[in-house]
Design a protein around this ligand. Structure first.
Ligand SMILES: NC(=O)c1ccc[n+]([C@@H]2O[C@H](COP(=O)([O-])OP(=O)(O)OC[C@H]3O[C@@H](n4cnc5c(N)ncnc54)[C@H](O)[C@@H]3O)[C@@H](O)[C@H]2O)c1
Length: 471
């Protein structure tokens, strides 16, 4: 998988997208009324039918929102994978958390959703009103822009964009076409994330001065990024964009201001060329026995059908070697951010820790909030989620109760799907995120990797022009 679409590079696509002859608007509007307003089912299409496209935005949507939405098209550069998605969506095969399930799901809809490898053709033939973008990160911008240009609303996975050029192209297109865009920041919806926002809004620690945010990815999860397309900066914008876009969005949302100045450091210590030996992928490797990162994809029937059996189309190895020399992202990163409202952030992201989760501290004029959020720990079980509120001048701290939820990503995936597919669903905490939030989250990670490359602090205003951009 090279970051190219049918032989066209990202950059040339972005350039031509703006000048391509206008194709008649594909939005199926009845007069000025949308499907949601007339009670018809909204016509949905997906571009990018990998695990997130099918497991989060495909099968669970067929299962839970079939009375409101109807899939009309599936598009992927890998036709075999699109056909796997067609089977999965046709059968609604997922467990209750939206993960693909070998156990078999209920038969919801036997319709065969048409499959395409050409995005424009899919839009022209199937007339979707909303397009879900779940492709590789560096290809989001081209589809977001093209979908708007063809008259569709957009639902895009994070990160919204992977470089400053893409950010500016999206800003310009959003201003021009004014379509509704949703960026699916499910991490905002987390129970502890939401509780912290409530405490900050209630002024429990007074004026917020600074935030210390430490993110740890354990061996299992952290290493997986280096096996996949994510390990190549040109595909993912590094983990500072791919992964940290969740965290930078949380920070922007908590702080309620725009980032202005970013400076960062990053190192690759364990993976890529730093590894002891290498091969193209784990399955064919002759050093399986010695390799600390050996991983057997054939243990998962789902992964075999979705990736191994589709390799003939694009040569993509889902079990790629974490030590292949092309890996050029960082595994240890540290970032400083200043906001327009003077709040300072110190952020770090480390891969290969013995625990998975975050330790976040909010320092304010009247006190401090500590959030410990560990999904997996080797020494303490089960997972820990704890919010402690400390007030200046008080000896005791207060343990703040956090809502217990079940489901994928702590129940957040279900909540965000309700927001996306149930019109006018209440949003008292302003969890819903659009283009502006998508850009402001991506741009911190982009500025961070530019700062690492250039060895200088970077200002957001030198990368993008957001004047008059409120979407
Ligand atoms: N919010 C979350 O918690 C969360 C979790 C996982 C993934 N994601 C996001 O979802 C997206 C997909 O991730 P995934 O894990 O499903 O990856 P994946 O590799 O399983 O799927 C990506 C799909 O996009 C296709 N693709 C790549 N380039 C394309 C192009 N130019 N045109 C059309 N299709 C193309 C690939 O063939 C593949 O089928 C990523 O952007 C990722 O950041 C978000």
């Amino acid at each position: 998988m090279s970051g190219k679409t049918d032989g066209v590079t990202r950059r040339s696509f972005l350039k031509t997208a703006g000048s391509t002859m206008a194709i008649a608007s594909a939005a199926t509007q009845v007069g000025n009324l949308s499907a949601q307003e007339t009670g018809r089912k909204t016509r949905l299409a997906i571009v990018g039918t990998g695990s997130r496209g099918t497991g989060m935005w495909g099968s669970p949507v067929v299962r839970d929102y079939a009375d409101r939405v109807q899939f009309v098209g599936l598009c992927d550069i890998n036709k075999k994978r699109a056909l796997v998605a067609q089977r999965l969506l046709g059968r609604g095969v997922t467990d209750q958390d939206g993960h693909l399930s070998d156990a078999g799901g209920q038969t919801v809809d036997a319709t065969e959703i048409p499959v395409f490898t050409d995005f424009d053709e899919m839009i022209r033939v199937t007339n979707p009103e909303r397009v879900i973008v779940t492709t590789m990160d560096s290809t989001h911008a081209q589809y977001v822009i093209r979908a708007m240009e063809l008259g569709c609303d957009v639902i895009c996975e994070k990160p919204f964009a992977t470089d400053e050029e893409q950010c500016q192209a999206i800003i310009d297109a959003q201003k021009k076409y004014g379509r509704q865009v949703t960026v699916t920041f499910n991490a905002r919806y987390g129970a502890s994330t939401t509780k912290v926002k409530e405490l900050l809004n209630a002024g429990e620690i007074g004026d917020l001065y600074s935030v210390d945010y430490a993110e740890y990815l354990d061996d299992d999860h952290g290493t997986s990024y280096f096996r996949r397309w994510h390990g190549i900066k040109e595909n993912s914008g590094t983990l500072l964009v791919h992964k940290a876009s969740h965290h930078f969005d949380q920070l922007n949302w908590w702080i309620g201001s725009d980032p202005t100045d970013i400076s960062a450091l990053g190192e690759l210590r364990r993976f890529g060329r730093k590894g002891p030996f290498r091969h193209a992928n784990c399955r064919l490797c002759t050093q399986k026995a010695e390799c600390p990162s050996y991983w057997d994809i054939t243990k998962s029937k789902n992964l075999v059908q979705m990736y191994v059996e589709c390799e003939s189309e694009d040569g993509y190895y889902r079990d790629g070697c974490v030590y292949r020399t092309g890996v050029n992202i960082y595994d240890a990163m540290s970032v400083q951010v200043k906001y327009a409202n003077k709040v300072l952030v110190t952020y770090s992201l480390n891969v290969g820790a013995p625990c998975e989760g975050q330790f976040i501290v909010f320092n304010g004029s009247k006190g401090r909030i500590e959030l410990r959020n560990y999904d997996r720990q080797p020494f303490e079980a089960p997972a820990v989620a704890e919010i402690r509120l400390m007030k200046n001048g008080h000896k005791d701290s207060q343990l703040i109760p956090i809502e217990r939820r079940s489901g994928s990503h702590g129940g957040s995936d279900r909540l965000i799907r309700d927001h996306v597919f149930i019109p006018n669903s209440p949003d008292p905490m302003k969890h819903k995120a659009g283009s502006r939030a998508g850009i402001m989250s991506s741009i911190i990670g982009i500025a961070a990797y530019r700062s690492i490359e250039r060895k200088v602090p970077v200002q957001v205003k030198d990368l993008i022009d957001i004047s008059g951009f409120e979407a």
